[in-house]
Ligand binder design. Structure first.
Ligand SMILES: *Cc1c(COP(=O)(O)O)cnc(C)c1O
Length: 411
């Protein structure tokens, strides 16, 4: 065997030796915070970790037939969907992340269309350019043609462009609330109306905003309507492991009705084991994240989430003010999150490279060129001030031409 590849050690190594090898890979508590973004403050992390620990060895695969597992999962879904103005008949499923929630939506949409429009053999789904790439992955997996349309001048989905992209093969349409690259809400009510007129499934991707928007709205920040209040919205994806502050992996896919959820289920029994009833794509899965989500949602309650939203908006404001004070940089006042900034004077690839070198985990946006900060409510004033000081120093050095290799602006 190639000697540069790691072989399983012939005998086990001591735990302390192994810990010593891994410990240097742990993040710095201040500069490394965003590497583990979307954890809440330390007390929230602690309750989530406890429940995760207690139940991580339990198999969530059994949740459709073991009472206590199913009950906790159902309660998580009910608490989650209660935030989105659900009709009485709304339903949902717990998933491993935004990508899986989106695959669930695309799969259900395809099954629904097979029944409703059996003549469509090459189904298409229309969405704005800014929709998450997991729609394209899902399209590939499920044999759906993904049609992305140019954004309007306000960088939101253009209703006209979406409408023009609809063909006799279109089965569904997607909007983001908001999109990840620059935090813009698509005009969900208008798109949902278009979907209703054309008889299409409408999915709203609220992965990043879902568990933040309801609380930001209560703080008086006006946001466009996006949830089940809007007639015509069939399904919503929302990530508990983003602004729900639940330990990864945790997301939700919510259905307007049980009738729509029916298209999600695949329950085979054509093997020796009899009926194989799983809640979604996964078979064996840890029950840890489900119990951790239950614990975090109950621990915080509406008041807790409201407090975190208030803190988050204050941190965002301070960062915007600080970034705009550096000179050569401009932070956007977008609809919600994430926080992004641009530069017309300094090479953003250099800034991103230098930030990474210092341990700050930020991502990029290629078109338009932006740096994207995964700001969360675990971010405190010390982190914000250190980040601004580091950023100002990087810009100063960059302007004097003292820079190392940059890093591509990509997610
Ligand atoms: C994060 C995100 C996703 C994908 O979620 P993962 O949990 O990374 O799979 C999808 N859509 C939007 C808008 C997101 O922000």
């Amino acid at each position: 065997m190639d000697s540069s590849r790691m072989a399983l050690p012939a005998t086990g190594r001591s735990r302390s030796e192994l810990e010593a090898e891994l410990r240097p890979l742990l993040p710095d508590e201040v500069r490394g915070h965003w590497r583990r973004a979307f954890r809440g403050p330390p007390d929230v992390q602690a309750v989530g970790r406890q429940a995760y620990d207690w139940f991580q060895a339990d198999n969530g695969l059994l949740s459709m037939r073991v009472e206590w597992l199913g009950r906790i999962e159902t309660e998580v879904i009910e608490m989650a969907s209660s935030l989105f103005n659900p009709p009485n008949d709304a339903a949902g499923n717990f998933t491993s992340g935004g990508s899986e929630s989106i695959y669930c939506a695309l799969h259900a949409m395809r099954e629904w269309a097979r029944e409703k429009y059996p003549h469509i053999t090459a189904p298409e789904v229309v969405m704005p350019y800014s929709a998450h790439p997991s729609f394209s992955k899902g399209g590939h997996y499920f044999g759906l043609k993904i049609v992305r349309t140019a954004l309007g001048p306000d960088r939101r989905a253009s209703l006209t462009n979406l409408a023009e992209a609809i063909t006799p093969n279109t089965i569904g349409v997607v909007a983001s609330a908001p999109c990840w690259p620059f935090g813009a809400y698509d005009p969900v009510p208008a798109i949902a109306q278009l979907a209703q007129e054309r008889g299409l499934w409408m999915h709203v991707d609220a992965c990043v905003g879902g568990y933040l928007a309801p609380f930001v709205e209560r703080l008086g920040v006006p946001l466009p309507a996006w949830d089940f209040r809007v007639p015509g919205v069939s399904s919503i994806s929302a990530d508990l492991h983003k602004y729900g502050y639940c330990p990864k992996p945790a997301s939700t896919i919510l259905w307007r009705s049980r009738a729509l959820q029916r298209y999600h289920w695949v329950h085979p029994s054509d093997w020796p084991g009899g009926p194989y009833n799983m809640t979604g794509f996964a078979g064996t899965r840890t029950a840890g994240p489900i119990f951790a989500a239950w614990m975090v949602l109950q621990y915080l309650g509406q008041e807790g989430y409201l407090g975190l939203a208030r803190h988050l908006l204050a941190m965002k404001e301070r960062l915007i003010e600080g970034i705009n004070g550096i000179g050569g940089l401009r932070a956007w006042r977008n609809d919600l999150m994430p926080l992004v900034f641009e530069s017309t004077e300094v090479d953003l690839t250099v800034i991103k490279g230098e930030l990474s070198r210092l341990g700050w985990a930020v991502v990029g946006c290629a078109d338009p060129p932006l740096i994207n900060i995964p700001l969360d409510a675990g971010t405190d004033q010390v982190m914000v001030e250190r980040f601004l000081a580091d950023l100002a120093e990087i810009v100063r050095q960059a302007r004097r031409g003292k820079v190392s290799a940059g890093e591509a602006l990509q997610y």
